[in-house]
Write a protein that binds this ligand. Sequence first.
Ligand SMILES: Nc1ncnc2c1ncn2[C@@H]1O[C@H](COP(=O)(O)OP(=O)(O)OP(=O)(O)O)[C@@H](O)[C@H]1O
Ligand SMILES: [Mg+2]
Length: 191
Amino acid sequence: MSYWTKEDHIKLDKHNMIGKGLFSKVFKVSENEVVILTNDNAKECMSCFCQGYKHIPRMERIEDIGEFQAYKMPLYNKLTKKNFPKAWKEYVEINKALKYLRLEKWTCFAACIKAIQDNENLSESLKESLSGLFDMMASYTDEIFLDLAKRNFMVDHEGILILTDIVGSSHELEKQWSQRIKNKKASRFSM
Ligand SMILES: Nc1ncnc2c1ncn2[C@@H]1O[C@H](COP(=O)(O)OP(=O)(O)OP(=O)(O)O)[C@@H](O)[C@H]1O
Ligand SMILES: [Mg+2]
């Protein structure tokens, strides 16, 4: 499937797609920029309410394309221990700090913020970014899930850890899964 951005008229298709997940498709559109097509409300939350925090991705909503919202973002680097040891250490510390809250469904934003604030191994800027993100997600949903896998963190050109996709709404996750099951059933019937 291919899409066109309305303003710049850039084609988004399998030739420039560099990432794909449950909610999003990511396309490289220039040397250091991507367009992300998504229906993840955590992306809307970050672009509207969390810009300016050091570890939140820079995101600008550009338009809607079909069922997706389109955002422009810098092209970030994959997080690896070898290339980005400082960011890697921070990623490990975040996982440790939120170990007991990393459940599939979790309602207590305050517990998460407290676990972050009480942690002595996280920098002030990480605490601010994480708390800001959790705090703002509370206005989107009453249940969030945390996904602290390596693929949901990236690193910018200065080696700073970026929290690209660590939180989502449980309600949205359930919607996506049930849609996938429906699509699978429909494609079986049409065979
Ligand atoms: N700004 C970016 N620069 C480079 N690659 C990116 C960028 N944003 C996302 N990606 C890549 O695209 C993948 C999918 O993006 P993202 O994690 O935001 O989508 P998702 O649908 O929420 O994923 P999932 O549900 O599988 O975690 C990422 O794992 C990453 O490899
Ligand atoms: Mg992801």
